[in-house]
Write a protein that binds this ligand. Structure first.
Ligand code: WTA
Length: 673
């Protein structure tokens, strides 16, 4: 590979960024990349040396088997070492680096009236007190703690408190339904649930405690009562005078189980010795959708995740001490775990922690916050960019965005129009856009530009990060060289890759390693162009990506099937101007049931209830019958084309009854015309 030059329009890194960048040009990237593959031991050892190890590693930096035909899949990083994540991201900085007074987080609430700054030493003290609260509740090393919280500082305190005492956190995005929460509590068999009384999302007040209680009730109905204590935080916005007006919020209370955070924290000591864990002990579980419909508990471990999130954060955002960094994701997703909590803290960064939404109380909220804190590095999702693009330039012109130096995106492919707008209007043409491709499973960025080194092509995640060796395979598992399109896979692990599916190692092997032995299979399609740039083309399994949230068609179908009128359901994705993709559902009703607007509304509500508002279908269409092969397999390709109103359906000869298709076109949703 050489320094890329291309016929297409490329965007080169600005000189001022190069001056003090960690990786200042493409040749430096190449040299480091080569080192990371040829001598991973030396490469990662240097990174590991920045951190604190109670006991050094006895084994090699990375050991692994990536080939199912040769035995079980495993990845181990720094075997024999003992350490603690929380110590490394807090105590180390406060004690050894004098970062105590540095701001770790500027918290901005849903309403601009609610905000606070939290320094590293304040964070350490809150985390230790919370760790002692958890211990008092009986939480021990290896126990699971489910966390169902909005984006308030206590979410960070609780996750780091778990990390401190060696408990495994399982954070469930607070937009998920009670059913989804219940399923995740049961799978993790958590002993404690941490939640809040309520939260405002925009104008809407949500009674989180009630949803949490419903989830626990459902757990009991299913014969699983592992949760013995529920720690409840009074939301900062509900403590104030105006918040008190919202005392319409009834907080259901069970004094045997429920404990108020404030009361528990009041007398909790500030000293808490970290639990020294093995490098490969679990750090957390995070559930991600699986194509069978049942979510997978992606398991990450301590040492490898620390090395990988800290290094990707440092290089991809070219982090410097005086930066103010803001990632708009929710900590309920992996982006928040890796790039709001662990990666930034491991680097001693100052971050904005934002609870709100981009359009409340006005559509300039993001820009207002960038001006307020002089944000230098900004990381958001294409769906947010497309949403804000609709309001034009005007909302941005009221604010000073000159502090910005680097912009990032994550979660889904970014279309060139959104990229251009981000680059020209938000970044004023000055800021490189790092399009970071990665997954819950990968733990951190795997394909990504480095801002001062990589010439950019809008829409391409460009090149692999250090230690990552991508390949593109065809359907037969043959590796494609040069310009090619096919399955994106990785040939070897990097420290931050997932280690297993929680309590289901077989599913881990089947999902990611079976299809092409010797490779980790991402499930994404990918193109490599003549200059070696990688372009993600989207999922190639039965997964959908709605506003950057991955979900499986099977889980939405299962929710629809719960309705007594539904005999069969098939869900496909349809392009959407803001969300990227949206859900288009076909339902076949039972005899004598009538398809009408009321039923459509009921079905939409049902999916929201079963999964959560992020999975609300945009379209529900009547399907007197579904297009099936003679062996009874639903032909989703055809449904996708019907949803898009594409009339040229190609070869229909494998269909059992081709007349079904015509009928489906006649019944298309009016709104989708
Ligand atoms: C998609 C989110 C294109 C992809 C970090 C992947 C992307 C899935 C990008 C993982 C990107 C993520 N370009 N597609 N820059 N980033 N994806 O687990 O389909 O929520 O497999 O992790 O999002 O979603 P997950």
């Amino acid at each position: 590979m050489v320094v890329p030059e291309s016929q297409e329009k490329m965007y080169y890194p600005p000189d001022d960024l190069k001056r003090d960048a960690h990786v200042p040009d493409f040749n430096s990237y190449l040299a480091l990349y080569r080192k990371s593959l040829e001598n991973p031991e030396a490469f990662w050892k240097e990174i590991a040396d920045e951190f604190f190890w109670k006991k050094p590693a006895t084994g090699p930096l990375l050991q692994y088997n990536f080939d199912v035909t040769k035995g079980n899949i495993y990845v181990k990083c720094m075997e024999g070492a003992k350490t603690n994540m929380c110590y490394n991201v807090l105590d180390r900085l406060v004690r050894e680096k004098n970062f105590g007074e540095k701001v770790a987080y500027y918290w901005e609430g849903n309403s601009p009236d609610h905000h606070m700054a939290i320094t590293y030493s304040q964070l350490l003290s809150q985390v230790c007190r919370c760790a002692n609260v958890l211990k008092k509740m009986g939480v021990k090393k290896g126990d699971r703690v489910s966390i169902y919280l909005p984006m308030i500082p206590e979410l960070v305190y609780t996750m780091l408190a778990c990390a401190r005492i060696g408990a495994v956190h399982s954070i469930v995005f607070a937009g998920f339904s009670s059913e989804s929460l219940c399923e995740r509590i049961i799978d993790a068999s958590s002993c404690v649930l941490v939640t809040a009384d309520g939260v405002y999302r925009g104008e809407k007040l949500i009674n989180l405690k009630q949803i949490a209680d419903e989830a626990l009730e459902k757990c009991r109905e299913k014969g699983s009562s592992t949760v013995t204590k529920c720690l409840v935080i009074k939301h900062p916005a509900l403590r104030t005078k105006s918040g008190a007006a919202c005392n319409k919020l009834q907080t259901p209370w069970d004094s045997d189980c429920d404990v108020w955070w404030d009361e528990a924290m009041r007398d909790s000591p500030e000293e808490c010795e970290p639990e020294w864990l093995d490098a490969e002990d679990p750090l957390f579980i995070l559930y991600t959708s699986g194509s069978t419909g049942k979510p997978k508990g992606v398991l990450h471990t301590v040492a490898g995740y620390l090395l990988y999130t800290s290094l990707t954060f440092k290089y991809v955002f070219d982090h410097h001490h005086d930066d103010v960094y803001w990632c708009t994701a929710d900590i309920g997703w992996i982006t928040g775990h890796s790039y709001i909590t662990y990666g930034p803290l491991a680097n001693g960064a100052t971050s904005v922690l934002f609870e709100g939404i981009p359009v409340h109380p006005h559509v300039g909220r993001f820009w207002e916050i960038i001006e307020k804190y002089k944000v230098t590095k900004f990381y958001t999702a294409p769906t947010a960019i497309r949403l804000l693009m609709q309001y034009g330039r005007e909302p941005l012109q009221k604010y000073d965005l000159s502090s910005l130096r680097i912009l990032g995106t994550v979660g889904e492919p970014i279309n060139p129009e959104a990229w251009q707008w981000y680059h020209e209007v938000v970044g004023q043409g000055r800021c490189p856009v790092v399009d970071t491709f990665w997954q819950t499973e990968t733990g951190g960025h795997v394909l990504t530009p480095l801002p001062a080194a990589t010439p950019l092509k809008p829409g391409s995640a460009t090149f692999p990060f250090f230690g990552v060796e991508p390949a593109i395979l065809n359907e037969h598992g043959e590796e494609l060289e040069g310009e090619a399109e096919g399955y994106l896979v990785f040939r070897r692990p990097w420290p931050g890759i997932m280690r297993s599916v929680y309590r289901n190692h077989e599913r881990f092997e089947n999902t990611y390693f079976k299809k092409f032995p010797g490779f980790y299979v991402t499930g994404d399609g990918c193109k490599r162009d003549k200059d070696g740039y990688y372009w993600i083309t989207g999922r190639i399994d039965d997964m959908l990506n709605v506003s950057g949230h991955l979900m499986s068609t099977a889980e939405v179908e299962a929710a629809l099937m719960k309705h007594p009128a539904v005999a069969e359901a098939a869900v496909v994705s349809r392009p959407h101007a803001v969300k990227g993709e949206c859900l288009y559902c076909f339902v076949t009703l039972k005899h004598s049931r009538e398809f009408n607007h009321t039923l459509q509304d009921e079905l939409k509500r049902l999916v929201r209830e079963k999964i959560g508002p992020i999975a609300t279908p945009d379209f529900i269409q009547n399907a007197p019958a579904l297009p099936k092969t003679r062996s009874g397999k639903i032909m989703r390709r055809i449904l996708r084309q019907i949803a898009r109103n594409e009339k040229d359906l190609g070869d229909l000869s494998t269909l059992a009854d081709p007349k079904v298709v015509e009928e489906l076109f006649n019944q298309r949703c009016e709104a989708a015309a």
